[in-house]
Design a protein around this ligand. Structure first.
Ligand SMILES: Cc1cc2nc3c(=O)[nH]c(=O)nc-3n(C[C@H](O)[C@H](O)[C@H](O)COP(=O)(O)O)c2cc1C
Length: 359
């Protein structure tokens, strides 16, 4: 049911409330969370990374079981909600193309793609109804994508997510930039990216909505971004502490227990800084210790298993399963503010009410 908030319109797709739940790997946003979010009218998003890890037949190779697991997860999600769902596919994945093809074949409403520039994305998708949404961290990245997509594929992004340095997971900034978040505030980035996509959109006679992400915590934040010209927001950290979030309770409890000092940035084998909740495992990583591993699959194009200090895929799947001795939870800067686990409905109702009041 539509709320009193403005719609997030992406072509003919209407999302209300104008909230996209950010994709969270590994398996943190699976079918349970994504369908619950879409059932409330916001856009639920499955993260595609590591989805083959629970596939019953582990004798299959990594790309095959990932594609099978992803397809099954998309179908489960679509069965659980009549509303549109999105998927998040990181460019850095070695099986990127295969996952995009699965999402395209299954007819998801949107493919949201960052952790690199998704320059190949339009060439991989056949279904014209699937919305293609890059995640960028600068006006320059938006420019490169628009220019390349227009020239090579004759199309433009259907929307753009602008993610600032306060976000969770892997960050599209250098360590120095992450340490000076003020200079790269998403509020400023929204204006820059809106200017770029606005001019491409005008030339192509299309509307390209901008969706702000990274540190959006409550309705006051949402209202601020809407007033700044964003058409919607993408939020992830808030959705971890919901009953429906697919991660183990122990994962959610790391958020409930953590203080601001526990939220730290590490250099991830992905080749990008990543924000995480400090624990014993993270301490070892921060001390520069190596956690030996044997790479069973080369899941990340940017990871060199010979030199990587630990396996990020294993660390994240362990954390998702609740084994935080052998991994860690990723989070946004605001994780320490989360103090209870609620239902997705309660969270969205609260956000809508706060936003309406602040508008
Ligand atoms: C636990 C966790 C996992 C994440 N995993 C991914 C991912 O797999 N792919 C991606 O593009 N972004 C990922 N993100 C980023 C979110 O999708 C989102 O854009 C960002 O966290 C928004 O900031 P917020 O957490 O402050 O709301 C992750 C974030 C968190 C908290």
């Amino acid at each position: 049911m539509a709320t009193s908030l403005p719609d997030l319109k992406i072509g003919e797709l209407t999302i209300n409330p104008p909230i996209v739940q950010g994709g969270m790997g590994v398996r943190v946003s699976g079918s349970s969370l994504a369908s619950a979010v879409s059932n409330e009218g916001a856009l639920g998003v499955i993260a595609s990374v590591g989805v083959g890890e629970e596939w019953p037949d582990q004798s299959l190779d990594y790309p095959t079981r990932s594609a099978l697991g992803f397809r099954e997860m998309i179908r489960q999600t679509m069965d659980a909600t009549p509303n549109p769902i999105g998927v998040n596919i990181m460019c850095v994945l070695t099986n990127y193309e295969s996952l995009v093809r699965v999402a395209d074949e299954e007819g998801v409403a949107a493919i949201i793609s960052g952790a690199g520039l998704p320059l190949k994305l339009p060439g991989l998708v056949k279904n014209p109804k699937v919305k293609l949404i890059p995640i960028v961290s600068s006006g320059r990245a938006a420019e490169v994508i628009c220019k390349s997509w227009a020239k090579k594929h004759g199309r433009l992004p259907d929307a753009v997510v602008v993610e600032g340095p306060l976000a969770g997971g892997h960050l599209g900034f250098s360590r120095e930039q992450v340490d000076k978040p003020e200079e790269h505030r998403v509020e400023r980035l929204v204006a820059k990216v809106a200017a770029v996509v606005g001019s491409y959109g005008q030339a192509g006679n299309v509307e390209i909505p901008v969706i702000a992400a990274g540190g959006v915590y409550d309705g006051t934040d949402i209202a601020r971004f809407l007033k700044l010209g964003a058409a919607g927001v993408q939020m992830a950290t808030r959705f971890v502490c919901t009953h429906e979030c697919d991660a183990a309770l122990a994962y959610k409890e790391t958020y409930l227990r953590c203080t601001e000092e526990d939220v730290v940035v590490i250099n991830s084998p992905v080749g990008l800084p990543g924000r995480v909740v400090r624990n014993e495992f993270v301490e070892r990583v921060l001390r520069g210790e190596r956690v030996p591993f044997r790479c069973a699959y080369h899941c990340l194009a940017t990871c060199n298993p010979k030199t990587a200090p630990y396996c990020i895929a294993a660390a994240l799947i362990n954390a998702y399963r609740g084994n935080l001795d052998a991994g860690f939870a990723m989070c946004g800067t605001n994780a320490a503010r989360v103090d209870k686990i609620v239902s997705v409905r309660e969270l969205i109702d609260e956000l809508v009410e706060e936003t309406a009041r602040a508008l």
